[in-house]
Every structure is written in C-alpha cells, then in structure tokens.
Design a protein around this ligand. Structure first.
Ligand SMILES: [Fe+2]
Length: 365
C-alpha cells in the first residue's frame, strides 16, 4: 500500500460556529476580511465575524470587491490593501470565489510574485494564516490548498497551489445557507458531487480519499430528490455543507480531472455557473471512464444506489434541466483549450483531443 495524505486545516462544524469559537480569531493583531459585495452582509456571517473580532479587541479591514470567478487584478488589489492595512491574518467569508481570492491575497501579501509569474508554478510557500467561513455548500475551498483564478491569457481558469494555501481553520455553519436560491444550492451541490466523483476517477486517487469520497457521494445522493424539488430542512443544509467539505478534502489530495478542466470553458465563454458546467459533463465523462476502469464507476454508482451511468445521467438531467445551446465550432475551440489543461492529464484515463471533443458533443449538442 502507498499512501500520502496531508490535510492540516482544523475543521469545526456546529450551530453558531463563529460565535462559539471566537477564540479561534486570536490569530493576530489585524485581520483582512475578504468577501463579495453582498452575501456576507445579508446572511449574517459578516456580523458574526465582526462580533468575534470585537470580543477579542482585534482590528480589521474589509476587502469586499471579490467578483464571481475572481481575476488576477482583483487579488493583487486585495493584497495591496492587506499590506497597507498591515493585516497579519486573513478571514475569507463566502463561496468559492471569495475563498479562492482570499488565498491568493494571503499569498501575495507576503510574497513578491510578479503578475506574469503567478501561474508559473513557482509561487513559494509563504502566506498569511487564514480562517475560512463558507457560505455556500459546494466548493470545499475551505479545506484545499488551491486558489482558482480567471486566467485571461489562456482564456480559462487556472489553479495556483501550495501547502501554505491550506486555511488554518474552516468554520462551518449551515445557517448562512438558509436564504440561498435553489439555483445556487443546486449548482454548488453538483460541484461538490463532481469533486468527490472526480476524486475517485483521478490518477491520484488513494484509499483514504476514496473512503471520504464514497461518504460524500452517498450523502449527496440522499439529497437528489430535494435538489430536484427545492425543499430543504436545516438538516439537509447541514448535510450538503458537510458533504461539500468532504469533497474538498478529497480533491485536496487527488485534484480534479477532465470534468473541471473541460467545464472551465463553459464558464469562461458562456458564463455558465461552475458547478452546473461540471454537472453537464460529469455523466458523459463517467461513461468514457467506465470503458477503462469499470470497477471505479460501479463503486461510484453503488454509493448512489444506482446500476448504470444512464440512470445517473437521467437524475442529473432532472436536477439541472435543459442544456444551454452550443454549436460545434465552440466545442472545437473548448477541446483545444482543455487538451492543454493539466486537469485532463490527472484523469485515471486521459482522453485525447478527439475524445475530449466527443465528450463535449455527447454532453452538449
Ligand atoms: Fe469545483
């Protein structure tokens, strides 16, 4: 047996998690809170964090300019603010975009990295310590060492990774998700499903990650009916948040595969939400992988109480609805881009360019 598993983030999940664990915030003298424009203010998470900081007499500044699919410009601006404010730790509040931006900001605040070198792979291993508070249940970014940013040069999204990007703490409270729209709940849940399923289809899959992925897939499958109907109890929300964190732990070890690499074009060029983009491609990629690793696919289906990939595809269709319109020329371009992406090579069986195009066509035309 060969195993190498490192996930150093301390995870705390409970009701009123932020206020009950205010001592966690005694991490430094001044915090930079990184978040989006509105949601942290509306769902109560920002109030809770400020309450915890005030209780400990810790100063803070708020950088609330993170947009969906954050850009390089945005994270450099945030890092500049961290330096100006002399923040010595970072608190991320939000979904994947604020959490991913916060990691890059924590890195750039203490590392001298030129913009042209940010995606070079040489980013060192120094960042401000971080506390992450997810307010959606999908990304799992609170327990991964990745920051995924829009890369205009390559017309896709690119991940930067370093062990220092693991947050020190992930504080999980499903109360922040109560007001999430059905659309966001569905898209984020399908993203987290994709993380765990891809983790099992990854060339880096290992026995511990598989155990965690199976549990996450089982939990998410038990929510399929609710995702289709739009009815969620507090327990359902907790389950989705827990499964999302588990999916993050999975990909923190295995990385994602061709599904994410191919999905990025749908987001970059068509503005399709990240989780939905993965969901539109996931069934077809499982069918492709089944030809080479049938036992893996049956293991995944088993967790969902299903026998065939077709059954899974029908379930996804019920949840995601009709696919957007695409033309062949678009898919040809997406195939060229995905063919260059590292994520494709991280698949248990890597599709070549013509197979990537075939998966796009079968999924989207
Ligand atoms: Fe994702």
């Amino acid at each position: 047996m060969k195993l190498d598993f490192h996930m150093p983030t301390k995870v705390i999940a409970e009701k009123e998690c932020v206020r009950n664990n205010a001592d966690v915030f005694k991490m430094g003298k001044k915090a930079l809170i990184v978040t989006g424009k509105c949601s942290a203010k509306n769902n109560g998470s920002l109030d809770d964090v400020i309450w915890a900081l005030d209780k400990n007499n810790i100063e803070y500044a708020v950088f609330d300019k993170v947009m969906s699919n954050p850009t390089v410009e945005c994270v450099y601006e945030g890092a500049e603010m961290a330096m100006e404010e002399e923040a010595d730790f970072v608190i991320a509040i939000g979904g994947g975009s604020p959490m991913d931006a916060a990691k890059a900001i924590a890195l750039l605040a203490v590392s001298d990295i030129d913009r042209k070198d940010l995606f070079s792979g040489n980013i060192g291993n120094k960042a401000l310590p971080m506390i992450h508070i997810p307010t959606t249940a999908g990304t799992g970014s609170e327990v991964t060492p990745y920051s995924i940013l829009t890369n205009h040069e390559k017309q896709t999204k690119t991940s930067i990774a370093a062990p220092c990007l693991f947050p020190a703490y992930a504080l999980l409270d499903a109360k922040y998700m109560k007001k999430l729209s059905l659309k966001t709940t569905v898209n984020t849940a399908i993203d987290s499903l994709s993380h765990s399923v891809e983790g099992m289809m990854s060339a880096r899959a290992n026995i511990m990650a598989d155990i965690i992925a199976r549990e996450a897939i089982r939990l998410l499958a038990s929510e399929f009916d609710n995702l289709a109907s739009g009815e969620f109890t507090d327990e359902d929300r907790e389950k989705l948040l827990y499964a999302s964190m588990l999916g993050g732990v999975v990909i923190s070890q295995t990385k994602t595969t061709a599904v994410h690499a191919m999905g990025y074009s749908l987001t970059y060029f068509k503005g399709i939400d990240h989780g939905r983009a993965n969901g539109l491609l996931l069934g077809e990629f499982m069918e492709y992988t089944e030809k080479f690793a049938p036992e893996k696919i049956h293991d995944i289906l088993d967790c969902m109480g299903m026998k065939t990939v077709d059954e899974f595809k029908a379930e996804l269709h019920k949840i995601l609805g009709e696919t957007e319109n695409f033309v062949l020329a678009e898919l040809e371009m997406y195939a060229d881009i995905a063919n260059m992406a590292g994520g494709v090579k991280n698949s248990i069986h890597c599709p070549d360019r013509s197979e990537i195009l075939e998966i796009y066509k079968n999924s989207l035309l």
